[in-house]
Design a protein around this ligand. Structure first.
Ligand code: PLP
Length: 378
């Protein structure tokens, strides 16, 4: 028999509720909308999106995306300040390749999106951890770290942070940009969850500050459309984007995925993207509420998420989340233990739960199983 080779990144275990995965549900992905977008694009009779693409990405998509973001962000976004990337992950790699040297310092939040750390390690960067609280990155502590380490980059997830769900306050955003201007580092703002808000509106995207030249804001179609598109965007001042366009891989292969870009262009032209995002917000608002309501019965503390994918729990009595996970798997539930997100292993009594993958009943059942594991562990 022909073996079935793997086609998706994560394989779930039958019978286990995997509250650790940070993916949308398979059956929520926009198969029909993409089909309509593809029919629309292929009917135009113009094969240019099958050619090597412009280095900065498909100009039609950049124009449509600028208009879309202008509506979403409520401030003007200039298509000349947008570059189409292969998602945030690829954008981070490109930024490291073009703006850093091995041995440079990068300051990250502790906790942070753990897979970004591997990208920074690949570029031999020196990772320095800065603390966060309920209002996001602690900018006063950051100022001291900047003075001590002279970073080239500061990587932050300012809105509905992965994993804490915290959002950087408006006041701290300004302080951060001022600090970057004073000490000449680049703020790399990973804003993948900015458009997925279900509660209190966040302050404006850090893309509002790209004109300073110190801010690079990253967005992704992974979270607002489909991870399989492998596309996203970089907002930065045009001179910064010119540097990225000189990258050897970009020069050789051209702009990222002209084919996928052409489909997303049609999604926007047909008005399907905003409709799809509204559907995500409606679904995730209900799921987040189901998860947090269920969690109120457990002896844990957390910040109710206002958007994004995650809830970050503090366990009672300094309980170790890695040990709790060992006890939880036989109960049929999994989660991400806190130290996965911590470059300095300071988050042992935390766990991250995701509400994007499962519908309400499974989320409630997952919490019930987590409660059993906690009772056995406390
Ligand atoms: C904060 C954050 N940044 C980046 C990514 C990955 O983005 P992309 O799929 O655009 O590479 C994720 C996905 O979980 C994320 O949570």
């Amino acid at each position: 028999m022909t073996p079935v080779l793997k086609s998706v990144q994560t394989t779930l275990t039958e019978g286990v509720i995997e509250l650790g995965v940070g993916h949308p549900t398979l059956d929520m992905l926009p198969l029909t909308f993409m089909q309509q977008a593809a029919a629309h694009r292929f009917a135009q009779g113009d094969p240019s999106f099958l050619q090597y693409g412009a280095e900065w990405g498909d100009g039609f998509l950049r124009t449509e995306l600028a208009a879309f973001l202008t509506g979403q962000y409520a401030f003007p976004v200039d298509p000349e300040e947008l570059f189409i990337s292969g998602g945030v992950s690829q954008a981070l790699d490109l930024i490291c390749a073009m703006f850093t040297q091995p041995g440079d310092a990068i300051i990250v939040e502790d906790p942070t999106y753990f897979l970004a750390l591997d990208i920074f390690r690949n570029h031999r960067l020196r990772i320095v951890a800065a603390p966060v609280d309920a209002h996001g990155l602690e900018v006063d502590a950051l100022a001291a770290l900047v003075a001590a380490h002279r970073p080239r980059l500061v990587y932050t997830i300012p809105t509905h942070q992965n994993p804490t769900g915290a959002t950087l306050s408006a006041e701290r955003r300004l302080q951060l940009v001022n600090l970057a201007q004073e000490h000449d580092f680049l703020v790399v703002a990973d804003e993948v969850y900015h458009l997925l808000t279900y509660g209190d509106l966040p302050p404006p995207s850090l893309a509002a500050h790209v004109g300073t030249g110190q801010v690079i804001s990253l967005g992704s179609f992974s979270k607002i459309l489909a991870p399989g598109t492998r596309l996203g965007w970089i907002s930065a001042r045009a001179d910064r984007l010119e540097v990225l366009a000189r990258n050897g891989m970009v020069a050789s292969g051209g702009g990222f995925s002209p084919l996928g870009s052409a489909l997303i262009r049609s999604m926007i032209e047909l008005g399907l993207l905003p409709r799809y995002i509204q559907g995500l917000r409606d679904t995730f608002r209900v799921r987040a509420a189901a998860l947090t309501d269920a969690l109120r019965a457990l002896p844990v503390t957390f910040l109710p998420p206002q958007g994004g994918y995650f809830v970050w729990l503090t366990l009672p009595g300094g309980l170790d989340s890695a040990a709790l996970l060992d006890g939880a798997v036989p109960q049929g539930v999994r989660f991400q233990p806190g130290n996965r997100f911590s470059p300095e292993h300071t988050q042992a009594d935390k766990i991250r739960l995701c509400f994007a993958y499962y519908a309400e009943d499974d989320l409630r059942e997952g919490v019930r199983r987590l409660g059993q594991a906690l009772r056995a562990g406390v």
